[in-house]
Write a protein that binds this ligand. Structure first.
Ligand SMILES: Cc1cc2nc3c(=O)[nH]c(=O)nc-3n(C[C@H](O)[C@H](O)[C@H](O)COP(=O)(O)OP(=O)(O)OC[C@H]3O[C@@H](n4cnc5c(N)ncnc54)[C@H](O)[C@@H]3O)c2cc1C
Ligand SMILES: *[C@@H]1O[C@H](CO)[C@@H](O)[C@H](O)[C@H]1NC(C)=O
Ligand SMILES: *[C@@H]1O[C@H](CO)[C@@H](O)[C@H](O)[C@H]1NC(C)=O
Length: 388
């Protein structure tokens, strides 16, 4: 097995890994990024549906040291964001090691270093490499793997089903009865996409959810700079009521009792940003249904006893972190679900040179903060080590 010694090993070449590497390069700290796919930003290049745009205005989405070009629209489309990330990686000379799946990482007390074992998946499948690093940055994402809930009878479902991360567009679903499960951003946007492109679409909504517009979120985020969260929450809910009215009456959807920003802080669940699905629900073009009870053949039964013939199910039921599958130790930093134990802003640093970037549930703005904090922290101990 080949062994390579590096100062900092970063796992994952999404925005979090790229941002951390850029900040380290800027400070002349040697580092590499290990990525299982053959591209950077794979979530955006391979796992996002065609019509996706950044939901947040661009001033909340840039990475450290490089603004998003002023020529781009306030809500940046997917391709432009991908170009920005590619530019970012090359501008800061990020050293990307592709086709490298990290299978384990453990801390060696005697050397005081991390040993990272990587499977090289291309061009020589199955070849292993080891990397020895003083610092290990986990940047594998909150969204590493799609979650599909256990549904009785799903195995025997005669139609097609998939996780939302594999949904590309409505082409295959024209004239089909399609059920979308989940009313987060992915679920509502996919339901809209299906319904406005010829699929007979229904959506399962199980929990209360805040539905806002991009403009309301933008206003709320801007106000948060000057006003306390409770006041901003009240303003935002008022605007949502003006826009959508009584949600349970018109849409069959409940609002949570807490306001959107406090709800997000408490539960980690982001408000859903409407891209047009709400109007289609109100017009009766998208049907809102309760949780699935069971599936028999091509018939889905719901909790209220209703039954419907369904050709395809898209599970927009979220993602999970997978760091626990490969990281040995690090219990000081991560819980059993692979999310930080400490809450924001104390979530990013563990013991023995272990860090995590991109796990604060605060989107790209949170990622930028993590990258800067981690790089500064490494710079101070690295410089210190080198002078003594
Ligand atoms: C559909 C969708 C839309 C979103 N829209 C927005 C938005 O508008 N604004 C916003 O702020 N946030 C948004 N987000 C949040 C999103 O999580 C961030 O934008 C961002 O992509 C997360 O970056 P990351 O680097 O933490 O993780 P990721 O982008 O998921 O990158 C992690 C990388 O690690 C790699 N990896 C995982 N495991 C291993 C392993 N064992 N070995 C090697 N490599 C590995 C993966 O292949 C991946 O490339 C959205 C998320 C989704 C799913
Ligand atoms: C990664 O794999 C792809 C094929 O999937 C190949 O074209 C590319 O050269 C590989 N990159 C590295 C760095 O091995
Ligand atoms: C659309 O799907 C629903 C089930 O979700 C079904 O009740 C309805 O009959 C379907 N409509 C058409 C026109 O097929």
């Amino acid at each position: 097995m080949s062994v390579r010694e590096v100062t900092v090993a970063i796992v994952g070449a999404g925005p979090a890994g790229l941002a951390t590497s850029a900040c380290l390069n800027y400070a002349n700290v040697p580092n590499i990024v290990l990525e299982r796919e053959n591209v950077c930003a794979s979530l955006w290049k391979k796992r996002a549906y065609d019509r996706v745009k950044l939901h947040l205005a661009k001033e909340f989405c840039h990475l450290p040291l490089m603004p998003i070009p002023p020529s781009l629209p306030r809500f940046v489309p997917r391709v432009d964001f991908i170009n920005y990330l590619d530019d970012y990686a090359s501008s800061f000379n990020v050293e990307l090691c592709y086709n490298r799946t990290v299978e384990s990482a453990s801390y060696d007390k005697t050397t005081g270093k991390w040993r990272i074992v990587v499977k090289n998946t291309e061009p020589v499948l199955g070849e292993y490499e080891a990397y020895i690093a003083k610092f290990l940055v986990v940047a594998t994402g909150e969204n590493s793997e799609g979650v599909i809930p256990k549904v009785p009878g799903l195995d025997g479902f005669s139609g097609e089903w998939m996780h939302s991360s594999l949904y590309e567009n409505a082409r295959r679903f024209v004239d089909k009865d399609v059920l979308v499960v989940g009313c987060g951003n992915s679920g509502m946007e996919i339901a809209y996409d299906l319904s406005s492109n010829g699929a007979n679409t229904s959506i399962v909504v199980r929990n209360p959810v805040h539905v806002l517009t991009v403009e309301i979120v933008y206003l709320g985020m801007s106000l948060l700079r000057y006003l306390p969260m409770s006041i901003v929450d009240n303003i935002v809910v008022l605007l949502s009521k003006l826009r959508f009215g009584k949600m349970s009456k018109h849409y069959g959807i409940e609002r949570p009792k807490e306001g959107p920003f406090s709800f997000k802080e408490k539960t980690g669940r982001t408000p859903t940003i409407d891209v047009g699905a709400m109007d289609r629900i109100k017009e009766g073009k998208i049907e809102v249904l309760p949780a699935i009870e069971k599936i028999k053949g091509d018939v889905v039964e719901f909790e209220d006893g209703e039954k419907a013939h369904i050709d395809a199910i898209i599970f927009a039921t979220g993602y999970k972190s997978t760091v626990r599958n490969w990281l040995k130790g690090g219990e000081d930093l991560f819980n059993a679900q692979g999310m930080p134990k400490e809450s924001f802003p104390n979530h990013w640093k563990g013991k023995n040179g272990l860090y995590c970037a991109g796990f604060s549930r605060k989107g790209l703005a949170g990622i930028s903060k993590d990258a800067v904090n981690i790089a500064n922290d490494i710079v101070s101990s690295y410089t210190f080590d080198n002078c003594h």
